[in-house]
Design a protein around this ligand. Structure first.
Ligand code: AMP
Ligand code: MG
Length: 424
């Protein structure tokens, strides 16, 4: 990681226009200032879901602990099997998961064995029950090619004791909880939660519960931002609505920066008369950039106020979500200590609708990925793409990402798609 340099030094040294920054460049710039948090705590396994490991987890056990059967069948000695024709073996017992066969399997003998049961001493191979005929005393193994050691899971084949199971920086999903449980680990070291304070700005905003006056609208951004932050696993501080008043905004900025690792605002970053965010950021901290060559989301400010990172998101509800998923999400994951952060992956799908697009900016149109009768996955646009139309986000299950230099897209073209499903 590059050392965090002074914002002004970076702003001056790098050759870019902070008034219209390409999307990739903006991501790189933000990265330069991100230093993951260092505070840690120990939490119980269930509480660790979504948290990020602050230390490597070392396996205390071999997994599996014993050689065991991968199948329901018969454990036998491979050397007993006739290469041509049927083999007749004496059935001497059975082995269940949790109830092993205590004896040994001698020449000409076999043991009925269930999946997960320990391979009895003397046996080295398991033949599936479908390949034998048996009665109470005798097992007839049909002719066939049986490999020595087949259907046997070896002790330690998943993990040896002392091996790193999960590395520091791993965010724990259900698979990791299960893996840790399989090792008997009930508590894990994780980074503390990232503290994120957020507020909305705008004289027109009303919080739900109050009636709407003329020209007023309900504040929806605080709900989308809340939802996106909680799903990422952040500790959230909702500071409400702040009026377009420089003194009130200055107090809110300072209060937020003093208590949080990250401050997120929405609204007030364009150049309208009442847009104070950028000026205040310049006064109280440092601005890295405030406009990105993208749609929606062109006014997006990033900077710092003291030690806190600051994201000034646009006011339009769709722009808020797009800029969060494309910039803020990655940055928060890095700050949370995750070691494998990349932008959301993209893949190609055929777009069945024509798309309006002007070159000179990256566009994130809202799309619906669906399955054609042929089985092929295709995408269509949700309809009107205005950045105030939040319904387009609610209908969408993906972004259609149109690159900077792309012009209009005819129907039937392959486009890059980014799935929203499964976003943490
Ligand atoms: P602004 O960037 O403050 O000029 O806001 C751009 C547009 O987004 C305006 O139409 C605002 O009314 C709208 N807007 C700003 N903040 C919110 C919010 N918290 N919830 C819903 N709409 C908003
Ligand atoms: Mg505003």
């Amino acid at each position: 990681m590059q050392p965090a340099k002074s914002l002004r030094a970076a702003s001056c040294a790098d050759d870019y226009d902070p008034n219209s920054l390409p999307v990739d460049k903006a991501r790189q710039l933000i990265r330069q200032f991100l230093v993951p948090l260092t505070g840690t705590e120990r939490v119980s396994l269930r509480a660790a879901l979504g948290r990020v490991l602050s230390e490597d987890v070392i396996s205390p056990l071999a997994v599996p602990a014993h050689d065991n059967s991968a199948m329901d069948g018969y454990a036998l000695r491979h050397a007993d099997l006739r290469p041509d024709g049927e083999t007749v073996l004496r059935l001497v017992g059975s082995a269940f998961a949790g109830a092993p066969f205590r004896g040994a399997v001698g020449p000409g003998e076999c043991v009925r064995i269930m999946t997960g049961a320990i391979i009895p001493s003397g046996a080295d191979t398991v033949v599936m029950q479908e390949q034998v005929q048996s009665d109470e005393q005798t097992v007839r193994v049909g002719p066939g090619s049986y490999k020595a050691g087949q259907n046997v899971r070896r002790a330690g084949e998943d993990l040896e004791p002392g091996q790193v199971v999960l590395a520091r920086g791993k965010q724990l999903r259900p698979a990791e909880l299960g893996l840790l449980a399989s090792l008997g680990i009930g508590e894990v070291p994780v980074f503390r939660r990232l503290r994120v304070a957020f507020f909305s700005t705008g004289d027109e905003l009303v919080s739900i519960g109050a009636p709407l006056g003329e020209g007023q609208i309900y504040d929806s951004n605080r709900y989308t931002i809340y939802g996106m932050l909680v799903r990422l696993g952040c500790d959230v501080m909702d500071m409400g609505v702040v009026r377009d008043d420089p003194a009130a905004l200055e107090r809110a900025f300072q209060e937020a920066a003093a208590m949080a690792d990250v401050v997120i605002t929405s609204g007030g970053v364009s150049v309208g008369e009442a847009d104070y965010t950028k000026d205040l950021l310049e006064k109280l901290g440092e601005v890295v950039f405030w406009k990105i060559a993208m749609k929606p989301g062109r006014p997006l400010a990033y900077g710092k106020i003291g030690a806190a990172h600051f994201f000034g998101l646009p006011g339009n509800p769709v722009s808020v979500m797009v800029t969060f998923y494309e910039f803020v999400r990655d940055a928060l994951l890095v700050l949370m200590g995750r070691s494998d952060v990349t932008p959301l992956p993209t893949f190609q799908a055929r777009c069945v609708t024509p798309l309006k697009k002007a070159p000179g900016r990256t566009e994130f149109q809202r799309g619906i990925l669906f399955q054609e009768p042929s089985g092929e996955w295709a995408v269509r646009v949700t309809g009107e793409q205005g950045s105030g139309i939040l319904r387009s986000m609610a209908e969408a299950n993906c972004f259609i990402v149109l690159p900077h230099d792309q012009g209009p897209v005819p129907a039937g073209s392959l486009v890059e798609v980014q799935l929203m499903e499964g976003l943490v």
